[in-house]
Design a protein around this ligand. Structure first.
Ligand code: MG
Length: 425
């Protein structure tokens, strides 16, 4: 029995989520727009086939999209986050280890019975995910992370394989590795791929077979690791716990510039609340907070301003974070500027279990317990009834300058008000 590494990826994830909650769009063209309905950031496979490009400004393609009858949606991160959680939970149950890599990507491991192809296992998992969550996934299987990533590219490429590929049981992999361009190998950045191409290395097979001294000389262990992984030797292990993250950042662009301290404060408090709820969800505490804001990067008098404060007793408490952020916001605010974006970073994160209480200070402990209870209560209410069902008064956002989301889908998975009503006669 050996260990097989899987790379699992939601296909056109944001577009698939939108198609899942609105079945009338299934099998049809659909695009998702970035913050403030700016650019196209996701396309259903149908929209891709119709020639809609990625990253283009929405206003430029508006007419074409209407002509082609393509559905347009504002990005709905609440929905994508919720479906991502469900996807990861299901994958965790079906893999031995799981590393959540991004909102729609994970690495996993399972045992491989000697010489056995895992294609059927992958097919069953894919069907299970589709049945339970309604999202199509691709599964790449190999001996290492780098090979499983390549396997996933092949899974998407080879139509007859229905989204699954197992490179792990193939003895002579050359035929497949020849098809993968060197800049598509996981871990190879732009600079490195230019260097490799200048050396005549154009695909994954050539990278695997090139002199390791040469690659080590230029890129050290980092380059060597990728080459070794291509050879089938594990060098990049699976990192299971998502609670080992070192920082949480929440930032947004505004739909129009803001220039008052009051507005900036409200926005930042809102982001502090999102970030501290995340912190509690992952059972972590933060010991430093940064707030930042900036004006338009293209304007002549571009300005970015940030301020950081240490937190002496690590915490995940919303009230404490709000207080800290308010004084920091005062520091970063500069009058007569038009701010278009702001955010908050909670850093120096640690696991909750290592928490040190201020000893002998019972008044503090009592106050803290009270605040903890309050946070738990707010988190519970919001997780049951939808984000912002209840929150701190200071976070009430002026709807006008919140991000523009004209084409927002209803969030039927996270907000009780969006559940359709069915009448029986
Ligand atoms: Mg994806």
């Amino acid at each position: 029995m050996s260990k097989a590494i899987l790379q699992i990826d939601g296909n056109n994830f944001y577009a698939s989520c939108e198609q899942m909650i609105d079945p009338s769009t299934k099998g049809k063209g659909l695009v998702v727009l970035s913050n403030n309905d700016g650019c196209i950031i996701a396309r259903s496979s149908e929209a891709r086939k119709m020639g809609i490009p990625m990253g283009q400004p929405y206003f430029k393609l508006k007419n074409k999209l209407t002509q082609l009858n393509i559905n347009v949606r504002s990005s709905n991160y609440e929905l994508y986050g919720d479906l991502s959680n469900r996807l990861m939970q299901l994958l965790r149950k079906n893999c031995e280890e799981l590393e959540i890599y991004s909102i729609d990507e994970a690495f996993g491991t399972i045992k491989r019975p000697k010489g056995k192809c895992l294609y059927q296992w992958g097919k069953d998992l894919r069907a299970l995910v589709y049945q339970n969550i309604g999202i199509p996934i691709s599964i790449g299987i190999g001996e290492t992370k780098v090979l499983s990533k390549i396997s996933n590219q092949l899974a998407k490429k080879i139509q007859t394989n229905s989204g699954i590929f197992d490179i792990g049981i193939i003895q002579n992999k050359d035929h497949y590795l020849n098809q993968i361009k060197v800049d598509k190998v996981w871990g190879i950045g732009k600079k490195m791929s230019i260097w490799l191409k200048n050396k005549g290395i154009t695909n994954a097979r050539e990278l695997r077979d090139m002199s390791s001294d040469q690659i080590k000389g230029k890129y050290g262990v980092v380059g060597l690791r990728i080459q070794n992984e291509l050879k089938g030797n594990i060098c990049i292990p699976i990192k299971e716990s998502s609670s080992d993250r070192k920082e949480i950042c929440v930032s947004r662009s505004f739909s129009y510039p803001i220039d008052s301290l009051e507005d900036l404060n409200q926005a930042i408090i809102k982001y502090v609340l999102i970030a501290s709820a995340k912190l509690r969800k992952y059972n972590q505490l933060s010991s430093a907070i940064t707030v930042f804001t900036n004006t338009n990067t293209h304007s002549k008098d571009f300005m970015r301003s940030e301020a950081t404060e240490k937190i002496s007793v690590p915490t995940s408490n919303s009230k404490i974070m709000i207080e800290k952020s308010q004084s920091l916001t005062k520091e970063i605010f500069k009058p007569y500027n038009k701010f278009i974006k702001a955010g908050v970073i909670l850093h120096k994160l640690q696991r909750n279990k290592y928490k040190q209480n201020l000893m002998f200070d019972s008044k503090n402990i009592q106050e803290e317990l009270y605040l903890q209870k309050l946070d738990n209560l707010i988190d519970n209410i919001n997780s049951k009834n939808g984000i912002d069902t209840i929150n701190w008064g200071s976070s009430i956002m002026e709807k006008e300058w919140g991000p523009r989301r004209k084409k927002l889908s209803s969030i039927i998975t996270t907000n009780i008000e969006n559940i359709p009503t069915i009448y029986a006669h």
